[in-house]
Design a protein around this ligand. Structure first.
Ligand code: FES
Ligand code: FE2
Length: 360
């Protein structure tokens, strides 16, 4: 693995943006410890509001991890009360704003510094997101959304937690511009390919045959893959079925990421409301999509870091993409300067441009 500095991305170790930190269904009123951006957090769902709460992990009293404890009586009796959480060691209680609001054994005042940071979180499409910004600024774009999620004729997304990958996220982001890997890795016969960079979006439009996601006598596989910021990739795919593939990669520490994969499938039987049979077909197709993603994953798992690529004609616009990616690792005030000359559509020698109907 290599670090952000070795890739020369910018002054911040972790990029600015919205990041997946959990599946909604896995966050309950039993606190859990999670690690992202090189730091520990306590994650739980408030009992009163049902909202997800993410706090810095370490109690200001004596440094106990608020989220990683199961054996104390505080934990056994339920550390979460309404939207508050109690530290297991001496039962100091913290509100969803991170401020200590009760020290059960002390008659003195609560010290003003008795607080932990409470992070900005949002839930959408069954995903819990945190906003991360080394400068501490407010979000400058919305949490990504797929409007079809929640429609009755789309089988709801199920997530595959792929665990940790010992690679820097740059290696994954490179995939969006990697025109030449489709044949060797995925068995695709790429007919058209182009990239577009626009603000926080990086888009790839691709069409062709595919050995696994469509059949030789079936429709062409056409995909529009869009990075919404530095870590969420949503791909609209029209092949054997119409789907959205969801990929999220969140840094655990510098040079290591947590990866999730999900698939939202339009009713394969074209019914107004998806059926049990649709669910079975969707889940089977998800396995195929996951197998295609695993082909990339295996290459990433064993490669050395690509801190200096040897690019040739026919490769995608890697250097533009890496320049686009730098906007998230540097102060916002420098963004326009960093992305100057990057926004636009790029074609690859030897491949057709995407048909104009494809709009992101
Ligand atoms: S260490 Fe948390 S209450 Fe004492
Ligand atoms: Fe790939």
């Amino acid at each position: 693995m290599a670090t952000t500095q070795e890739y020369g991305l910018g002054e911040f170790t972790y990029p600015r943006g919205w990041f997946m930190i959990a599946e909604s269904s896995k966050v309950t009123s039993t606190p859990q410890g999670v690690k992202f951006f090189g730091q520990e957090f306590a994650l739980y769902r408030g009992k009163a509001s049902g909202k997800v709460i993410l706090l810095d992990a370490y109690c200001p009293h004596m440094g106990t991890h608020i989220g990683r404890n199961t054996t104390s009586y505080v934990a056994q009796d339920g550390a979460v009360e309404d939207d508050n959480i109690r530290c297991p060691y001496h039962a100091w209680r913290f509100g969803p704003d991170g401020k200590c609001n009760e020290i059960p054994y002390s008659c003195g005042p609560i010290p003003p510094a008795a607080k932990v940071r409470s992070w900005k979180v949002e839930e959408r499409m069954g995903v819990v997101y945190v906003w991360y910004d080394a400068e501490g600024g407010e979000p400058d774009y919305e949490v990504p959304n797929i409007v079809e999620a929640g429609l009755p004729n789309w089988v709801p997304m199920r997530f595959d937690d792929l665990g940790e990958l010992n690679s820097h996220q740059q290696e994954i982001v490179d995939n969006i511009t990697d025109a030449a890997h489709f044949g060797p890795i995925h068995g695709s016969i790429t007919q058209y390919f182009e990239n577009e960079f626009r603000g926080q979006y990086a888009i790839q439009r691709m069409g062709g045959g595919h050995r696994t996601l469509t059949t030789s006598d079936g429709p062409m596989l056409e995909t529009v893959a869009t990075y919404h910021g530095p870590s969420i990739l949503i791909t609209h795919m029209i092949g054997t079925h119409e789907t959205y593939m969801y990929i999220a990669h969140t840094p655990i520490e510098d040079g290591k990421v947590q990866v999730w994969h999900g698939l939202l499938v339009k009713s394969p039987n074209h019914t107004d409301k998806y059926t049990e049979e649709d669910v079975a077909i969707a889940r089977a197709y998800q396995e195929v999509a996951l197998a295609a993603f695993a082909q990339d994953f295996e290459a990433w798992t064993h490669k050395r870091p690509n801190t200096k690529g040897m690019y040739v004609l026919g490769d995608g616009p890697f250097l533009k993409q890496r320049q686009w990616y730098k906007q998230f690792y540097n102060p916002r005030a420098q963004r326009d300067e960093i992305t100057k000359g990057v926004d636009g559509i790029y074609h690859v020698r030897g491949l057709e441009a995407a048909p104009k109907k494809e709009a992101a």
